[in-house]
Design a protein around this ligand. Structure first.
Ligand SMILES: C[S@@+](CC[C@H](N)C(=O)[O-])C[C@H]1O[C@@H](n2cnc3c(N)ncnc32)[C@H](O)[C@@H]1O
Length: 284
């Protein structure tokens, strides 16, 4: 099964990806389509990309569509990605949120575009290891992603030797994961601290029971076209109370992208919701 396709098959697949997730694929990354869709085509006995596209167009095959989109998404992630950021979160950022939420003793952390879960589990381990500091608090850690395959994996919490070693110190690996035949499985005590849901951040409301105090949205806005990115920031802003903090990926910024968030002057590397006044003057 070669998997080759015509230019129009590529174009259609890119359009499907963009309309379902907002994600765009740069022409230089077209090879991803062919490489990642190979196993799906093999499983479904589909000879090439043209046939796959024809099948997607012809049949209301939701499972094939889901699998196709899931395979085209970039799910790259690892534990404690950008370690220094987690060090900053564990210090001044959480101290700030703790002070603001002291009277309610309730903290909501949302990992938007959480992929296979490592980012949310990293945060859960960080908080658990702060011990007594959070005693008596209700902490909700919610991870969401448009990919149902990624969320299914996040829920199970099973990681290969390669994945578990990426960013996770051995001490934490042994404390929070059990080695099994299939890989390293998050212990029940870690899994119960995080909830995962499928959610398209552009179209669906996230399953949060209250606005988020800390939002991670890292390494996914990068692949949105500018108008989509602006819309995504607007959606995040709607769930971000004035005291909240937003975390983006290392290569992402709000500058020139949105008036909904500004770089925090108090917490380096974080973003804060822009005040309504600031947004009005920026729009004027
Ligand atoms: C490169 S991964 C980043 C994972 C993690 N945040 C990190 O930085 O390590 C980007 C994730 O965003 C997800 N994603 C893309 N478009 C999305 C959308 N519209 N809504 C929710 N998740 C989306 C992808 O499925 C993928 O898992």
């Amino acid at each position: 099964m070669g998997g080759h396709g015509s230019g129009s098959a590529y174009r259609i697949l890119m359009k499907v990806l963009e309309s379902c997730t907002g994600q765009t694929l740069a022409p230089g990354r077209l090879w991803r389509i062919e490489m990642s869709l190979g196993p799906i085509m093999q499983r479904h006995g589909i000879a090439d990309l043209d046939t796959l596209v024809a099948e997607l167009v012809r049949a209301e095959n939701r499972r094939l569509l889901d699998a196709t989109i899931g395979a085209m998404l970039n799910n790259e992630t690892f534990f404690y990605r950008e370690r220094s950021l987690f060090d900053d979160i564990g210090g001044p950022a959480l101290d700030h949120l703790r002070a603001v939420k002291e009277s309610q003793r309730r903290l909501t952390i949302w990992h938007c575009g959480v992929s296979t879960g490592q980012e949310a589990y990293s945060m859960a381990m960080l908080l658990a290891e702060q011990g007594e500091k959070w005693a008596g608090w209700q902490v909700d850690i919610v991870g969401t992603d448009v990919s149902s395959q990624a969320i299914a994996r996040a829920r199970v919490g099973l990681y290969s030797q390669f994945e578990i070693q990426r960013g996770l110190p051995i001490k934490q690996m042994v404390r929070w994961f059990d080695q099994t035949e299939g890989g390293w499985l998050a212990k029940a005590d870690l899994r119960r601290r995080v909830h995962f849901s499928v959610q398209n951040m552009l179209t669906d409301r996230p399953p949060l029971s209250e606005p988020a105090d800390l939002i991670f949205c890292r390494n996914l806005l990068l692949y949105f076209a500018p108008p989509m990115r602006r819309e995504a920031f607007r959606k995040l802003r709607a769930l971000a109370p004035p005291h909240s903090l937003l975390v983006l990926g290392a290569g992402e910024t709000v500058i020139g992208q949105t008036e909904d968030f500004v770089a925090s002057t108090r917490f380096r590397g974080f973003y804060e919701p822009a005040s309504t006044d600031a947004r009005c003057s920026a729009a004027a």
